[in-house]
Design a protein around this ligand. Sequence first.
Ligand SMILES: Cc1cc2nc3c(=O)[nH]c(=O)nc-3n(C[C@H](O)[C@H](O)[C@H](O)COP(=O)(O)OP(=O)(O)OC[C@H]3O[C@@H](n4cnc5c(N)ncnc54)[C@H](O)[C@@H]3O)c2cc1C
Length: 399
Amino acid sequence: MTNFADLTTIAVGGPIASFIEPTSRVGVIEAVEDADAKGLPLCVIGGGSNMLVADTPFDGVVVRDARHAVSVLDEAAPVENGETIVHVNAEAGCNWDDFVDYCVNLGLEGVEGLSGIPGTVGASVVQNIGAYGQEVASSVESVEVWDRKDKQTKELTNQELHFGYRMSVLKASMYSAPATPAAEFFPTPRYVVLSVTFALHHSATGVVGYGQLAKALGVEVGERMSTTDIRNAVLKVRASKGMLEDSHRYLTEAMRGTKKSELVAIAHNAQRTQEGNDEPDYNRHSCGSFFMNPILTKEQAARLPEDAPRFSATLPDGTPGVKTSAAWLIDHAGFHKGYKTSENATAGLSTMHTLALTNRGGASAADIMNLAKTVQDGVERAYGIRLIPEPVVIGMSLK
Ligand SMILES: Cc1cc2nc3c(=O)[nH]c(=O)nc-3n(C[C@H](O)[C@H](O)[C@H](O)COP(=O)(O)OP(=O)(O)OC[C@H]3O[C@@H](n4cnc5c(N)ncnc54)[C@H](O)[C@@H]3O)c2cc1C
C-alpha cells in the first residue's frame, strides 16, 4: 500500500486507500470524476512538496497525473513591440524543474528564476509559485482544467486565474477562509489542472530580479544575464539554504519516473558534492517555506519593531498593506535555525533556514504539527500575528 510519506517531500503521512496514476488526459478526468461521483475524498497530488498529511489512513482516492509532455505550440512570432513570444504547453504531471530546464535550453525567458522549485507544472499555478523576483503568474497564458462542479473541461485565462501572492482562483476554491478548508473540494481545488500554456520570450537572457541573486552573479538588480547563468545561480543559492529537494527521493519506487533521469543524476551529483557524502539531507525534508509572509494593515505593521522587514503589498480586499517576513518573526520570537521542541525531537527547523520545518528522520505528521503549533503560538505571543501555513494541511487542523 502506498503512503503519503512515500509521495511527499517532508516524508510523513498515512496509508492511501486507492492510489491511481492515469497516463492519459481522459484517464485523469475519469479518475477524478469517479471519485467525485462516489463522494470519496479526492487528493490530486503532484510532487507532494506542498502538503502535510496526517498519519491516519486516507480513506479516499489519490490521483497522480503520469503525463509529462511539453510541446512548443508556435514558432517565435514577432509582436508589436518587437519582442517575440513563444507559447509552450506542458501537461500537469510534468516535473516543474524539468520544464524550467527545457525552456532555458530552448532559449526561452520567463521561468528561469523559478529553477529548483519542487513539484509539478499542474500545481505551480495553484499557489502561484514564486522566488527570486519571479512568479509563475507572469508567464502563464492559460490553464486547461477539469471543473469538478460543472463537470466539464474549461480554459481559464491568466485574468480568470486571479493570481495573487501564493494564491489563485484554484487555491481559493479549497478554502472558506485562510487555512479553513471548504468541505466541498478540499484538499484539491474545484479545478483540476490538465495542462498549462505559457507565453515565454524568445531570449537567451533574463532579468536578475532579486538582490541575493544579483550578489551571487556579481551584477546589479535589473541587469540582464544569460538565463542559463541565472538558473545555475538560483540552484546554487537554493542549495546553500537547503531549499532544494533531496534528490534521493527520485531513487525510490514511489517516485521513480516522475522526473527526467538525466536531471535526477545532475541533482544527485550536485547534492553529493555539496554534502561530501551520499546520505539523506534532512534539511531538504520539508515543504519549503512552511508559513506565508504575513500581509498586514498599516496599523498592524506600525506595531512591529522598527527593524522588522516591511515591503509594500496588497491586502486580500485590494487595499494597500505591508508585507513582513515570516522568517524574521520566527527568528526574533526565539525560534532559531535548528530549533527543536526537545533535544530528541525528530522534527525541527532546518539548520539552514528558519522558515523550513523539517523531518530529521522518523518524524510523524503529529511531530511536525507539534513543532508548527509551537512556532505559531510563539510568534503570536511575541508579535500578535498568527502565521498562516503555506502547505495544504490534510486530515489535521492548523489555524
Ligand atoms: C525544498 C522546497 C522548496 C520550495 N520552494 C518554493 C519556492 O521557492 N516558491 C514557492 O512558491 N513554493 C516553493 N515550495 C513549495 C512547492 O514546491 C510548490 O508549492 C509546488 O508548486 C507544489 O507542487 P507539487 O506538485 O509538489 O504540489 P502538491 O504538494 O502535490 O500539491 C499541492 C496542492 O496542489 C494541488 N494540486 C496538485 N496537482 C494539481 C493539479 N494537477 N490540479 C489541481 N490541483 C493540483 C494538490 O491537490 C494540493 O492541494 C518549495 C517546497 C520545497 C519542498
